[in-house]
Ligand binder design. Structure first.
Ligand SMILES: *Cc1c(COP(=O)(O)O)cnc(C)c1O
Length: 427
């Protein structure tokens, strides 16, 4: 069966044929490729076609698909146990590994996804402060929990409107939304409502609506105002944690959050999330405190050991400087080819091993309102050229690209050759 046939079948039994919306190719058009195997930097489709993968499961695979050292640990674990629903040493090892290397992670609780991590951290924040309101920023994604699935509402600053049907106004009445990159709006909102805000949640490198690196001064302002008003600062490092540096964005900026969420890389490709923070906050969580949170499959041994192996490699090998330079090499190579083929209106935003290709703009884009309006259509054309040539980008112009350590110079060279071919053929 080819991808087209599988997608038709899938649409009969699964909403939109997929288990997560972006996979459907709705944003770029066409039929999604069905993959059956992956190895290193490569994906193999059910048709047997090979693709160089720059989506990497949306970030978890820092060392590429099925890195042999991680695979070995996974195979060893599967022979021993799949799940206990009881105490085991594997999650302890991962918890100790992280808490001894990230000072603001004094205690950590493992869950099964980034969404669950953020949802639980908000519960802790409300319990700790006795306040109800949560502040988030337009363009930051924190998973699909009801209370944060909101965008800025029209009219009054701070008001929100739901981003999904099924989330009534009563559920989001305590969610405030501000634009990124705007200290004045932030200051004003805190003056008016700061004493009611339990938590300011932010992706310190927003990477789920394009890549919108913030000015450090803006992040500092978030810390300054939350300190002043007794609001907790939550860094959602689900995508940036162990990706932009081992200690994530908090480590790079020196801005210490009260609560932090992880996901993606922390499970090495298996479903793991975590929320963490200072002892006094995390001790509010059951059974040591009154904030209930539980999970049947939480701290699954396969995810725990794949995560520990991944983080151990990241800590020991410090792949970050090389990942960054390879990412720059890739994007500058692509831009050069685009230019040679007559498309000189592209630019790349990169941050470590994250990259985002978009149309040229006069100023750095730090808010979603400044993303060029033709971006989606422009990306879709480029996406399909590359797909055709065997290069797989995330199938949406609002998703970022990722590199792994196995995206070697040779793989990048191969990518550029394929890109060159793709741009030539279409012309
Ligand atoms: C991916 C992501 C989430 C959601 O994690 P899931 O595991 O998909 O639930 C939350 N926050 C950020 C910043 C993310 O990148």
């Amino acid at each position: 069966m080819n991808s087209e046939e599988l997608f038709l079948r899938s649409k009969n039994v699964v909403p939109g044929g997929v288990h997560s919306p972006v996979r459907s190719f709705a944003s770029v058009g066409g039929t999604p490729v069905f993959f059956s195997e992956a190895n290193g930097a490569y994906l193999k489709s059910v048709e047997g076609k090979q693709y160089i993968d720059y989506c990497l499961s949306f970030g978890p695979l820092l060392f590429g698909h099925r890195h042999p050292e991680i695979q070995e640990v996974v195979e060893d674990t599967v022979k021993k146990a799949w799940s206990f629903g009881a105490c085991e040493p594997y999650s302890l090892e991962l918890a100790e590994f992280i808490t001894s290397r990230i000072p603001w992670v004094e205690k950590i609780r493992f869950v099964n996804s980034g969404t669950e991590a953020v949802m639980s951290a908000l519960r802790v924040a409300r319990a700790a402060t006795g306040r109800s309101k949560i502040l988030k920023f337009d363009g930051c994604y924190h998973g699909h929990l009801d209370q944060l699935l909101v965008k800025a509402g029209s009219g009054l600053a701070g008001l929100s409107s739901s981003d999904s049907k099924g989330i009534g106004p009563e559920i989001i009445q305590n969610t405030l939304v501000l634009p990124l990159d705007d200290e004045d709006a932030l200051e004003k909102l805190f003056q008016e409502q700061g004493k009611d805000i339990a938590c300011l949640a932010i992706e310190p490198v927003p990477a789920n609506y394009g890549l919108l690196p913030q000015r450090t001064e803006f992040l500092k302002k978030c810390r300054e105002l939350t300190n002043k008003y007794g609001t907790l600062l939550l860094f959602d490092e689900v995508i940036s944690g162990f990706r932009v540096s081992f200690q994530g964005m908090a480590g790079l900026t020196g801005i210490v959050p009260d609560l932090v969420c992880y996901g993606k890389i922390i499970g090495g490709g298996f479903p793991v999330g975590a929320y963490a923070g200072k002892k006094d906050l995390m001790d509010l969580v059951a059974p040591s405190g009154p904030v209930y949170q539980a999970g049947t499959l939480s701290a699954n041994p396969v995810g725990m050991r794949a995560g520990l192996k991944t983080l151990t490699k990241a800590w020991n090998e410090n792949p970050y400087p090389e990942l960054e330079s390879k990412t720059k090499k890739l994007t500058s190579g692509i831009l050069k080819l685009l230019e040679e083929s007559g498309e000189n209106d592209w630019e790349a935003v990169t941050f470590g091993s994250l990259f985002w290709l978009k149309g040229k703009t006069k100023n750095t884009v730090r808010t979603i309102t400044n993303i060029p309006s033709d971006h989606k259509a422009k990306f879709a054309i480029f996406f399909h050229k590359l797909l055709n040539a065997g290069v797989y980008l995330a199938p949406s112009g609002y998703e970022v690209g990722f590199l792994s350590t196995v995206h070697s110079d040779e793989v990048i060279e191969e990518t550029l050759n394929k890109t060159k071919q793709a741009l030539k053929e279409i012309k």
